[in-house]
Write a new protein. Structure first.
Length: 160
């Protein structure tokens, strides 16, 4: 979707191996670099975990809120393959509390080095957004069903 720096270079697919070789190389180099500096590893792991939990929390919260209000979409016996019934709201609330607790735990830095690393990473991301990505990045590219079927057919032909 063009959101990463150097996306034109790393998205190229090797004609013979049909794999994004440069994406694999860049990912491998970054993984090794992160392992060499433990504070950076902690920061990347914390940010990844927090954003994963927050992405999970949004639909859980919206389902809980809409169910309480009786408006909007929420899981019920009529529109879902299964439901927790009267326990659904309680389970949603417990999940939201857990997400809040785990987010606080992962935000707390274990030492000053990690704190400064986290601040530098955050500042770098803000600067990248401010001076480059905000103008260039338009979000995920919409694809229609016919285009997705065409891409799947090409991939399946190559695998046969």
């Amino acid at each position: 979707d063009g959101g990463m720096p150097g996306h034109r270079f790393i998205r190229r697919v090797h004609p013979r191996w049909r794999t994004p070789v440069w994406a694999i190389v860049v990912t491998s180099v970054l993984a090794v670099a992160i392992c060499c500096y433990s504070a950076a590893y902690f920061v990347v792991t914390s940010i990844s975990t927090i954003t994963l939990y927050l992405a999970y929390a949004l639909p859980v919260y919206l389902n809980w809120r809409n169910r309480r209000r009786g408006t909007g979409e929420h899981t019920s016996r009529e529109n879902a393959p299964w439901t927790l019934g009267r326990w659904g709201a309680t389970v949603n609330l417990v999940a939201l509390v857990w997400i809040g607790v785990i987010t606080v735990l992962f935000v707390l830095p274990p030492n000053e080095l990690v704190l400064w690393t986290m601040l530098l990473v955050a500042a770098g991301l803000v600067l990248y957004w401010r001076f480059d990505a905000r103008r260039r990045f338009k979000g995920p590219t919409p694809a229609d069903e016919a285009e997705l079927r065409r891409i799947e057919a090409v991939v399946l032909r190559g695998c046969a």
